[in-house]
Design a protein around this ligand. Structure first.
Ligand code: PHE
Length: 456
């Protein structure tokens, strides 16, 4: 409560929606979603993803925003102020660690995106399908460059964060969302008109439920939904803490989900038609390189493709930065609140720590064998990090948040906050059931089943 005075608030409701969707929209939508759809077998994965978004993540997003606004505090403080003397603050602490963990691999991919702004502008390599894939391999093999680019991403993020809440985040996102949306629509239209694109559309939109044989697909969809909505680690608690009492939480949350999901679905509408227009394309085999291999070939088919390509990777970089800001904000605001560190000190120390943690992800794409093929896992370090943090840490964080709000803080108290100032909150009874029963049961069964699969 003390923070009430110090803490900034968003300039307006639109400012909040833009900033929260700035956090949500990022590599998760444009890089992560198509990659997961490709590995999860297409349209059936998309359906499981949408079910997770609406029935599990949306209620938890509402809960996180309510927690943040009620306590006006960062995640650790939010739990300890509503349940003093208990161990619930550990959920906030898990979020702080998860923020650093996600950022450590996210900054590597964001670094590749920055490099592709330049590559796309001289896109001679994109004319030959074979060489685009090779180009990506050769580029990411060079671990030192990846490391340098990751450091660049972290430094820019730290710089923006030191600019403060309103000026830093709102300004960037206001211009970003509409431009990104427009460019994605243009690219989707181009992708539809490529020869062979029909097979891509069918793969993406016509579900084959036989693909849903493994629990891993459900786990991946759940993790992707949490990751894409910046949920389960307290980002939205932190963002909610800057929300004004007069802004309706339900409608703010609905907007964020709508924007985030639209952009992810649009990204798929580009990648799969464009991918299937390439002879011999296999959506499952590219892994994290999917967008870096498919998109340059798409740009090569467009008049002015170099310009489009650079603009696209520039917008993607900006979208990634509005997400990295929010990832770094969680540990930083915790250290500022809990240890009374100055913002500058907290930003400096966390950035350094995250950079150190990012090194194995940067060097694990061919540069160092042990990190490229982690023994016993048949995967590289970056994918390992993504699995641990996205598929397990975030859903477990979300599970604990649902249990906390459903059973400790109680839906009645939460609804007080959600309907403050007569804000409308449709279907409060349904939300209570979802947060108390459905969300915990769904997350718990998926997590247990996949852990069982992994340990077996
Ligand atoms: N939602 C972001 C994206 O899709 C990533 C993110 C995850 C940001 C968790 C904050 C917290 O790119």
């Amino acid at each position: 409560m003390i923070q009430d005075v110090k803490r900034g608030t968003w300039g307006s409701r639109t400012g909040f929606i833009l900033a929260a969707s700035g956090s949500a929209v990022g590599l998760g939508n444009i890089w992560g979603f198509p990659t997961q759809v490709g590995q999860g077998g297409g349209a059936a994965f998309v359906i499981v993803y949408l079910v997770c978004v609406f029935f599990v993540c949306f209620p938890i997003l509402v809960a996180e925003l309510a927690l943040g606004r009620r306590t006006r505090s960062s995640p650790v403080g939010a739990f300890s102020s509503l349940s003093p003397g208990s161990s619930w603050w550990l959920v906030g602490a898990l979020g702080v660690l998860t923020g650093a963990g996600i950022l450590s691999f996210y900054c590597v991919i964001a670094g590749w995106t920055i490099a592709y702004i330049g590559f796309a502008s001289t896109s001679s390599f994109a004319n030959d399908p074979q060489s685009v894939g090779n180009f990506f391999q050769t580029f990411t093999n060079d671990g030192l460059t990846s490391m340098f680019l990751a450091l660049l991403v972290l430094s820019i993020t730290a710089g923006i964060l030191l600019g403060g809440v309103r000026s830093g985040i709102e300004r960037v996102t206001k211009a970003l969302m509409p431009s990104l949306l427009l460019l994605l629509v243009v690219l989707a239209i181009r992708a539809f008109t490529l020869p062979g694109s029909g097979a891509g559309l069918a793969y993406y939109l016509r579900p084959d439920f036989a693909m849903l044989t493994s629990i891993d697909v459900f786990n991946a969809a759940l993790g992707q939904a949490f990751f894409s909505l910046s949920l389960g680690m307290g980002t939205m608690i932190t963002y909610g803490s800057y929300l004004r009492k007069t802004d309706g939480i339900a409608s703010c949350a609905a907007w964020v989900v709508l924007i985030d999901t639209t952009i992810a679905l649009l990204a798929g509408l580009i990648i799969f038609p464009a991918g299937f227009s390439i002879p011999g394309f296999d959506p499952g085999s590219s892994g994290p390189g999917l967008i870096f291999e498919v998109l340059p070939r798409l740009f090569a088919t467009i008049p002015g493709g170099r310009l489009f390509g650079s603009a696209f990777f520039l917008l993607l970089t900006m979208a990634a930065l509005t997400s990295t800001i929010s990832l770094l904000e969680v540990p930083v605001s915790h250290l500022v609140d809990a240890l009374q560190w100055t913002r500058r000190k907290a930003v400096g120390i966390v950035t350094f720590f995250v950079f150190a943690l990012s090194i194995p992800s940067a060097l694990g794409n061919g540069y160092i064998d042990l990190l490229t093929n982690v023994p016993g896992l048949n995967d590289n370090f970056l994918n390992l990090m993504a699995t641990v943090w996205n598929n397990f840490a975030l859903p477990i964080g979300g599970l604990l948040i649902a249990i906390f709000v459903g059973w400790i803080w109680t839906p009645r108290q939460a609804l007080d906050e959600l309907t403050a100032h007569n804000a409308s909150f449709p279907l409060p009874g349904l939300w209570s059931i979802l947060i108390r029963w459905i969300c915990p049961a769904a997350i718990l069964s998926i997590i247990i089943a996949s852990l069982y699969g992994i340990l077996l």
